[in-house]
Design a protein around this ligand. Structure first.
Ligand code: SF4
Length: 241
């Protein structure tokens, strides 16, 4: 893309369509450069602090040192995830990392909907604890960044660098679409990045504690999420991009 910054409004086409990245980040660095030059202060990275998240934070810190980063703090994440966030805050003190809480505390949710809502109505639970908070976090932003990769699942295989996001009436920028799982870990090791220690204990994909299980080596990376149910996504990426 060079220095030709094309402003993408939500009704025009993907500015990266047909573009083949050649740099050693498979386009991620250039797409991030473009995104921050195009959207300025009006772009938010919604980070889950998984392996992809750690890579993106490092790449983003090189483009915009004080970038806005939001973590959807459902109150039921693993302790190891919170410990990782503390380490990342120390490593990148200029980044604005916010923990966004749901409107309802866990006790208030239990009073209104009954206890362990994730067991009975996980979609409702995800709406309260993830989707509504992200809607609120994006209300003042034009675009958001996500760490989706095409190889993660069939529903993500058509994700583009820049996507119209009907669900959040926004624009979703996905710099890592061409990265493989090995690329992610090569980058983490090469740059000696902190990562969630649960990745070394059989958890390739880490979400909320009640809905995340360890997986066997031969299983799909996301098979530990909502194990035993038909649910595969929390609803943040329902359109598959
Ligand atoms: Fe609730 Fe599970 Fe969704 Fe987390 S992943 S918000 S605990 S249903």
């Amino acid at each position: 893309m060079g220095n030709n910054i094309i402003y993408y409004d939500r009704f025009s086409s993907d500015p990266f369509e047909g573009w083949q990245p050649t740099d050693d980040t498979k386009g991620a660095a250039e797409v991030l450069q473009w995104a921050y030059e195009s959207y300025g202060e009006s772009i938010v990275y919604a980070c889950s602090f998984g392996a992809e998240g750690i890579v993106l934070i490092d790449l983003i810190s090189k483009v915009k040192k004080d970038a806005e980063i939001v973590f959807l703090d459902t109150d039921v994440h693993f302790q190891e995830t919170y410990e990782l966030i503390d380490k990342v805050k120390k490593r990148y003190p200029e980044l604005n990392i916010h923990l966004k809480k749901p409107d309802l505390t866990l006790d208030e949710q239990s009073s209104q909907y009954g206890s362990a809502l994730w067991k009975r109505q996980p979609n409702q639970c995800c709406y309260i604890r993830k989707i509504k908070p992200l809607e609120d976090a994006l209300s003042g932003a034009t675009a958001w960044i996500s760490g989706l990769r095409r190889e993660q699942s069939p529903s993500r295989s058509h994700t583009n660098f820049v996507n119209k996001d009907e669900r959040f009436e926004s624009i979703k920028v996905c710099p890592l679409i061409y990265w493989t799982w090995d690329d992610v870990w090569d980058y983490i090791r090469l740059n000696d990045l902190d990562y969630n220690v649960l990745h070394d204990q059989g958890y390739p994909s880490i979400g909320c504690m009640p809905c995340t299980s360890a997986v066997n080596e031969q299983d799909d990376d996301r098979s530990g999420r909502w194990k035993g149910s038909t649910k595969t996504e929390c609803g943040l990426h329902t359109s598959g991009n």
